[in-house]
Design a protein around this ligand. Structure first.
Ligand code: NAP
Length: 328
């Protein structure tokens, strides 16, 4: 059923940034509407154990954490909608959003928290062993590979940072890069080259992630990596327990192309120490604007900032409207 609604705060996207913005906006009496999007709960719904979200002494499950965030947002007064925003108009005041169901929402402010998706190599074995040795986040999952052998795939800042982070925890780290030079900053490269625990496989592409499938042995999970040198054709098999794919992320910003300022990689640009985009009243929080930290807790923090900034904007808007009415 399509509806026509108005809200003071429209939140697009339902990861930790969106839900936290909703909690804060609802508790400021702003009655936010949160449109859940294609993958309600975001990236945490495709992870298993979460050990680094503060407040839980024991590991929790990612999907459970997101259910709790949704329930918390709803319990304090957020209206959540199982729908997808298909178009936004930032030129009108209030702003307008069209939804896939045919519903239309007008909004005084909009908080964008549509997140980003990790890029994957696209190998069937990579999908088969996801959460069983294959990960796209060393900060999240590295701890599970203490004193084990791992590989990191990629040659950018993320791959080098992840390799250095993992070298502090793991027995050995093999960085696999498809070319003979890295894209990462030079200072990061030097740290990588200087680390005795890190070996680099240049000009190598992943052919297969090797492992024991569920039901096929006592210890299912990753056991190795087969790579191919794209110059010589040589095949290398490396014994290891974990593979971290760090070949970049894609922020979910196609909806905002030519409407909001974004960088060359499509991340929304916000003012320093703020979630404000180049359009007053439109805010961006979480991975959609952050290519450095990419953590649930940092996304949640930015969601809080966005709601507080939206609250202030609305208070000014209402004060101006009252002044204009008094003047008439
Ligand atoms: P990136 O810079 O796009 O690097 C991706 C890397 O993965 C490249 O080395 C690329 O190889 C490789 N790659 C891409 N597709 C591949 C495939 N299908 N198979 C094998 N390798 C593949 O991504 P990122 O490292 O995630 O960085 C993204 C942005 O965030 C950058 O602007 C980066 O500077 C920034 N960042 C900043 C920080 C920081 O400031 N602390 C930390 C992390 C990221 P080629 O080199 O051959 O293209």
């Amino acid at each position: 059923m399509s509806e026509k609604l108005h809200t003071k705060v429209l939140i697009i996207g339902s990861g930790p940034a969106g839900y936290t913005a909703a909690v804060y906006a609802a508790r400021s009496n702003l009655s936010p509407i949160l449109v859940l999007g294609l993958q309600p709960g975001g990236q945490l719904t495709i992870t298993t154990e979460v050990e680094n979200y503060p407040g839980f002494a024991d590991p929790i499950q990612g999907p459970w954490l997101m259910e709790q965030m949704k329930a918390q947002a709803e319990n304090v007064g957020t209206k959540t909608m199982h729908d997808i925003v298909t178009d936004v108009d930032f030129n009108s005041k209030p702003f307008k959003a069209k939804l896939d169901s045919g519903s239309e929402i007008t909004a005084d402010t909009i908080i964008i928290s549509t997140g980003a998706k990790a890029r994957w190599l696209g190998l069937p074995s990579e999908e088969k062993f996801q959460n069983m040795g294959v990960s796209a986040c060393a900060t999240c999952d590295g701890f599970f590979f203490r004193n084990k052998r791992v590989a990191v795939i990629g040659g950018g800042n993320s791959a080098v940072e992840e390799a250095l982070f993992l070298a502090n925890l793991c027995e050995k780290v093999t960085l696999v890069h498809r070319r003979d030079e890295l894209r990462a900053e030079k200072i990061m490269q030097q740290r990588l080259f200087d680390n005795p625990k890190i070996e680099i496989l240049w000009d190598n592409e992943v052919e297969e992630i090797l492992g024991v499938e569920v039901g096929q042995g006592d210890n299912p999970g990753v056991t190795g990596l087969r790579t191919k040198n794209n110059k010589t054709g040589d095949i290398t098999e490396t014994d290891l327990e974990g593979v971290f794919v760090a070949i970049g992320h894609d922020p979910a910003t196609s909806l905002f192309k030519d409407k909001l300022e974004m960088d060359a990689e499509g991340y929304l640009i916000t003012a320093p120490d703020s979630t404000a985009t180049n359009i007053p009243g439109v805010y961006a929080a979480g991975d959609v604007k952050d290519k450095i930290y990419r953590q649930a807790v940092t996304a949640a923090g930015m969601g809080c900032m966005a709601a507080l900034e939206a609250d202030k904007y609305i208070a000014n808007l209402e004060a101006n409207n009252q002044q204009n009415e008094a003047a008439e």
